[in-house]
Design a binder for this molecule. Structure first.
Ligand code: ADP
Ligand code: MG
Length: 570
């Protein structure tokens, strides 16, 4: 039987908000958890990322909270700052019509004084990381005496991060008369231990793997020599026309290496691993979300639970050591009904792990053919053709229309030669560092595909000059110079900060701002720098040379249906 949101007995306010959010029906975990939680039961749930856990524990919390009481009634613990912020944002959207509700997010790496001040004003729902919650309890800024609903989100991750003791202490400080919700991707002994100690006869929910491995994800693997992995990554990025990608590696060292190699080849890459400070993690995520960086290279732990929509592929640079990680990783793509790709690079000594993953997920992963150098050149030519089409259809060519005649006249070259030279200037010298049949591990036995065996490298991909090539992976050959990690800082040379009169209360997200500016002003989204969204307004960095165009194009326009005023920030 199909469960609908309106059969769950929710209030008008919540129903209206989830409908606006585009939720047509509850996800399996929501359909199971929400009724039990509304009844007052504890819930112990096992489910992977992307199954809709936030609304599953969030909707009942919002229904139960007493708005007239300013005291903290709900406590939600998340492993990282991103997840805490993500949960809060989702709750804010669901609580859009619940007037008077106050949510507070608390986490390390941000001023504790500010958090203390906010808590003083009163927040019915507090979302935070265990470490900071402990600090705030110790400082008596966070009082748990009236908490009657506690959530442990991504509990296994919190344990992996060493929060076991903090969790114990926190749960011991919450009154016994309460509901406890525990969600975890895996059900290990320690997790069961926490459930036994802190839950009462919980309703157990398990969203089976079958519902988790998403059919929208096309899974492919490539047999690649270890040293050919970077080259194959580049070829795959180019050949599949991927716009937003997460590349997973097993170790921080590999993350650094891959990030460095890809940015030296001109891709716009950011990396995420455990050693980053919170502010750095934020910058990285903001850039990736806004599309200012197209590729995020990450370790499993650092990327756990991150929800970014519109990721068109996940690349497994290494095979994960744990089969469950594979499921987690590929779950980042193919979300919200969109299709996605999971592309896995398999070195010879990793093949057995691929088999283990297939056995575990009960899905056969297709073997892919590494795009040949010729394929890549073909793709680039096709993109060049569409760029030419676009340039001609948008007009303004009068200034240049006499160029062919001038070139003929002054150089005496043929039209073919002239066009080839222009294409070369635009796309760079195209060579491959590897012969095609030097990439795959059984390649020696394969006839050289299409007999194409040029050596060299994709030189110049990130070189000087105009924007070039596909125009997909930002930055490639742009004028921002080599990337040094981090994002464009506030007032980065050449950037101007603009004030935009819409913010979080208008449900504006970075992608809305990027979309509106890019669409209206006709500038590429990738040149847009950092974006900070506040409650009532936002700031966005744009290149100095585009600032005027942006301000003019946006005046009188709307973002998320709201009229905006946009001007250079003071
Ligand atoms: P999890 O915590 O299980 O990883 P989230 O709660 O972050 O998953 O939800 C993943 C995404 O799915 C979010 O963008 C969320 O808004 C969306 N989502 C959640 N529930 C639904 C639903 N019932 N219908 C459509 N989208 C949903
Ligand atoms: Mg989650």
């Amino acid at each position: 039987m199909e469960v609908l949101f309106d059969s769950l007995g929710l209030s008008e306010e919540i129903l209206k908000a989830v409908t606006e959010m585009g939720f047509t029906k509850p996800s399996p975990i929501q359909a199971e958890a929400i009724p039990s939680l509304l009844e007052g039961r504890d819930v112990l749930g096992q489910a992977q990322t992307g199954t809709g856990k936030t609304a599953a524990f969030g909707i009942p919390a919002l229904e139960k909270v007493d708005i007239s009481d300013k005291r903290t009634q709900v406590l939600m613990l998340c492993p990282t700052r991103e997840l805490a912020v993500q949960v809060t944002e989702e709750l804010r959207r669901i609580a859009k019509y619940k007037k008077g509700l106050k949510l507070e997010t608390v986490y390390g790496g941000d001023s504790i004084e500010r958090q203390i001040r906010s808590l003083k004003i009163g927040a019915q729902i507090v979302v935070g990381t265990p470490g900071r919650v402990m600090d705030l309890i110790e400082r008596k800024a966070l009082k748990l005496d009236f908490v009657n609903y506690v959530v442990l989100d991504e509990a296994d991750e919190m344990l992996d991060m060493g929060f076991r003791e903090d969790i114990d202490t926190i749960l011991e400080s919450v009154p016994d008369e309460r509901q406890t919700v525990l969600f975890s991707a895996t059900m290990s002994k320690p997790i069961m231990g926490i459930a036994q100690k802190f839950q009462e006869d919980p309703v157990q929910i398990k969203i089976t793997r079958k519902e988790v491995t998403n059919e929208n994800i096309e899974q492919t693997y490539f047999e690649v020599k270890q040293r050919g992995k970077i080259e194959v990554t580049c070829r795959v990025l180019d050949a599949y026309d991927l716009k937003q990608v997460i590349i997973f590696c097993n170790t921080k060292r590999k993350v650094d290496e891959v990030t460095e190699e890809l940015s030296s080849k001109g891709y716009s890459v950011e990396s995420l691993h455990g050693d980053l400070r919170q502010t750095q993690r934020n910058q990285v995520m903001a850039k990736f979300r806004s599309g200012a960086a197209n590729i995020l290279v990450a370790t499993d732990v650092a990327a756990r639970g991150i929800d970014v929509s519109g990721i068109d592929a996940v690349i497994n640079f290494d095979l994960p050591l744990d089969e469950e990680y594979y499921v987690h990783r590929i779950g980042r793509t193919g979300r919200a009904g969109l299709t996605g790709k999971a592309l896995t690079l398999v070195a010879k000594d990793e093949k057995y792990r691929l088999r283990q993953i297939e056995t575990y997920t009960k899905v056969k992963i297709d073997k892919g053919v590494i795009p040949t150098f010729e394929d890549i050149v073909g793709v680039r030519k096709a993109r060049f053709i569409s760029q030419v089409e676009e340039a001609v259809s948008t007009g303004d060519l009068d200034l240049y229309e006499d160029m062919l005649g001038m070139l003929h006249h002054t150089t005496g070259f043929t039209t073919e030669q002239i066009v080839a030279a222009l294409v070369k200037i635009n796309m760079g010298v195209q060579k491959s560092e590897f012969a095609d049949n030097d990439l795959a591990w059984d390649a020696d036995r394969r006839p050289s595909e299409r007999g194409f065996e040029k050596r060299g490298r994709f030189e110049d991909r990130g070189g000087r000059g105009e924007e070039r090539g596909s125009g997909r992976f930002g930055d490639r050959g742009g004028d921002r110079g080599p990337r040094e990690g981090g994002g464009p800082k506030r007032n980065e040379p050449g950037m101007v900060r603009l004030f935009v009169s819409v913010g979080r209360k208008d449900r504006v997200q970075p992608r809305d701002i990027v979309g509106a500016i890019a669409g209206e002003a006709g500038i590429p989204g990738r040149v847009i720098g950092s974006i900070d969204i506040f409650d009532a307004y936002s700031f966005v960095d744009v290149p100095e040379r585009d600032a005027r165009k942006v301000v003019e194009a946006m005046s009188g326009n709307t973002i998320k249906g709201k009229m905006v005023n946009i001007e250079v920030a003071r």
